[in-house]
Design a protein around this ligand. Sequence first.
Ligand code: 0WD
Ligand code: CA
Length: 370
Amino acid sequence: EPTINTSGSTPWRNPLRSQGLSTRRELYERDFPVYKQPVEVGCFSLDSERRFFNDSRQMRYYVEPDRNPHFDLKDGYKDRFVKRDDGEKEKLDHILRWIVANRSKLDSRETTASVLDVDFVTWRGHLTKLLTTPYETRDSWLLAVTRFRGTLYISEVETEAARRDRENRTERNAEMMYWGYKFEQYTFADDIHSLPDPSGVVNTNEAFCTVVQTRLADHRLLFSGEVDCRDKDPAAPAPPACYVELKTSAEICTPKQFKLLKWWAQSFLPGVPRIVAGFRDHEGVVVSVETFHISKISHLIKNEYNCWKPTVCMNFCSDFLSFVKHVATEDNPSVVYLFSWEPHRDVTFSIHRDSQYSFLPHWEKMFERL
Ligand code: 0WD
Ligand code: CA
């Protein structure tokens, strides 16, 4: 007989919440779940026209900046900026291309070659959103899930509010988004022998993405995330340990708690060990640079009042994935289970057949090759 859950071990089995999953923090304050060291199983690149390449041609190399530089982030916004069309929804397409091209790398214990040996396939950014959910008070999310040959594919759907924000972005906001990319250009070089070239064009179509495999509790995960650059020392540890995440921030010295949570979650997931942050003034000039080690970030905020806890983030994510496995049972590429969440509410879901939400491409041949 199910009982009313007060221990928080499986919040979705609570009969009072049988249709939803609670996001209340107290329910997730238990031991840190098993999170296996993420292993890079491959990578891919997207070029200046957003074309997919099954290689590392877009890899960039970190060049340590001066601790007190004078990087003008406004430079080039008007005349040397090619912006990716973010109205174009790519869903999981690039990851699926990578899977098809690298099927043999994903060793399968199964005898039937058409079954992937993972429970979930998604973008790292979607998992970051799940990790931060128990502390999120503003942004809602929608995640579409399809079960195909036993694997659950998770792809984000843009919320109405996010679409409005994107379409009504002010000029100032659009320029501030550029600043992050401009900082990258001051900080990485195209190869180990050259220096950064701030006179070039910033093109946000370009990306280098790592593909990692890991396990959270009993969920086998395969996900991809964009990586900014790597340590240029050839003797540096193997990926993902040699990767560096670049950030900009207005708060001099230590960013606000919630921002640090987002930084931590994004890099912890793929095992990227350090973040290099450029702190800028209101004029968009980076005036100081600081390195943050992921393993130390949660200590930085431990003594602050009502602080976020990594274990709450990871346990919530793990329970959400269990909830998804339990709900999304029909193995059918045209069925979407749409999970939706708004701050201060439970996670709920609805089921859609052959709808606008279907996201696995009709690449029948592609899936024959799986
Ligand atoms: O179409 C969509 N709904 C999504 C597309 C959602 C999430 C990601 N993507 C694409 C991104 O364009 C990017 O190429 O997938 C790739 C990266 O995925 P991710 O690593 O899982 O995404 P995330 O961790 O959220 O972001 C990593 C970086 C960002 O770095 P910062 O320092 O800002 O966190 O990817 C870039 C950005 O540099 N990025 C984007 N660039 C342009 N347009 C976008 C975007 N919408 N989202 C992330
Ligand atoms: Ca970045």
